[in-house]
Design a protein around this ligand. Structure first.
Ligand SMILES: NC(=O)C1=CN([C@@H]2O[C@H](COP(=O)(O)OP(=O)(O)OC[C@H]3O[C@@H](n4cnc5c(N)ncnc54)[C@H](OP(=O)(O)O)[C@@H]3O)[C@@H](O)[C@H]2O)C=CC1
Ligand SMILES: O=CC(=O)O
Length: 324
């Protein structure tokens, strides 16, 4: 059965954490002793790796764009020139990549992590991908004798910086227990959901709800303005009622000003909706609201908003209005 373990653990730099602590729990969890690799230093990967370094872990990093490693190297990280090199020099390697294609390339491609894997090592993929991709990566990793855990995260740039992510893990439970203290540095809670694929599925279901909520919120903001209400007042009213959500309170004020500082890139939200639609189709479930939302994110991408925050989807609605 799925288990939830809440920890007061990761608070990034605010927590003194020993990577070689040796306490253990009945589930086999203990402090992590060994070297940690981190592949992919984008919006999420960089703060997650920083928190591990600040907690005292021995971290080795790699990123396709080499310059993004520099801030981590300044904090004390080591560098290796390929995912294979990171994996072979570390005990456990995390990967935070953009999408299924990049996650597969980094894990299974030329000089990919699988080439540096061996029995006793572990690979933890924290990217948001679909179950089939995760299973493919898991197969490559475990064929080397290493262990595999998928662990996509819920929570955005700020929770990543604050060590307050929610891990949705599945796969090798021994590896889950082995890296528990590392997950607790980067997150506030963790779920172990069973076989590889269940973490990916959970993440896609959560994000399809989030993507649709953002579209609905956007429609409300525009409609309120059009009928002569102050959209800032709408944000305030929503924040006090049953549909209050941190996402609305956080992003609403800047959306009213047509500002979309990127925390969760719109292109990644659209990727998640695309993958969620395929997941629903695999079990013949109709998700018409998500399908409609996905179309709007696609329009937003075509307007050049792919790298803006996903709240910029409101601009696709505005464009529809203008083309009337
Ligand atoms: N941002 C958010 O709020 C959240 C994001 N996520 C998920 O986490 C993952 C990462 O997101 P985020 O950090 O925001 O994304 P970014 O776009 O900021 O970072 C993507 C990372 O993937 C790397 N990458 C992309 N393509 C390739 C490739 N072909 N080969 C090697 N590396 C590649 C990038 O390298 P380079 O620097 O060279 O471009 C970068 O390190 C995504 O799956 C996203 O859906 C999950 C929760 C929250
Ligand atoms: O995947 C995005 C998030 O905010 O969670």
């Amino acid at each position: 059965a799925p288990t939830l373990r809440l920890r007061g653990g990761g608070r990034g730099a605010r927590l003194v954490f020993s990577c070689s602590a040796s306490s253990s729990s009945p589930s086999g969890e203990g402090g992590f002793s060994g070297k940690v690799g981190f592949l992919g230093l984008g919006i999420m990967g960089a703060p997650m790796a920083s928190n591990l370094i600040n907690a005292g872990c021995d971290v080795t990093v790699w990123n396709r764009t080499r310059s993004k490693c520099d801030p981590l190297l300044s904090l004390g990280a080591k560098y290796e020139p390929s995912p294979a090199n990171v994996a072979s020099s570390c005990d456990v390697t995390f990967a935070m990549l953009a999408d299924p294609e990049s996650a597969v390339e980094v894990a299974c491609g030329a000089n990919g992590a699988a080439q540096g894997m061996a029995p006793g090592k572990g690979y933890v993929d924290v990217s948001t991908v679909d179950a089939a991709t995760s299973k493919l990566i898991g197969k490559h990793i475990t064929s080397t004798g290493a262990s595999f855990l998928e662990a996509p995260v819920s929570g955005s740039k700020k929770p990543a910086e604050d060590g307050l992510l929610i891990f949705l893990t599945a796969g090798d439970e021994s590896l889950y227990n082995r890296v528990a203290s590392l997950l607790d540095v980067m997150g506030k809670s963790r779920f172990f959901l069973g076989d590889v694929g269940k973490g990916a599925d959970m993440k896609l279901v959560v994000n399809m709800v989030m993507g649709s909520m953002m579209v609905s919120f956007s429609e409300g903001l525009l409609l309120s303005e059009k009928v002569g209400l102050d959209p800032n007042t709408l944000v305030e009213v929503i924040s006090q009622g049953a549909i209050s959500a941190p996402m609305f309170s956080l992003k609403g004020p800047s959306m009213v000003k047509a500002a979309y500082p990127t925390a969760f890139p719109l292109k990644h939200q659209q990727k998640d909706l695309r993958l969620a639609l395929a997941l629903a189709e695999s079990v013949s479930q109709s998700i018409p609201t998500v399908a409609a939302a996905n179309e709007l994110y696609k329009v937003a991408k075509s307007l050049g908003l792919a790298d803006q925050d996903f709240s910029a989807v409101i601009e696709a609605l505005k464009a529809k209005e203008q083309s009337k």
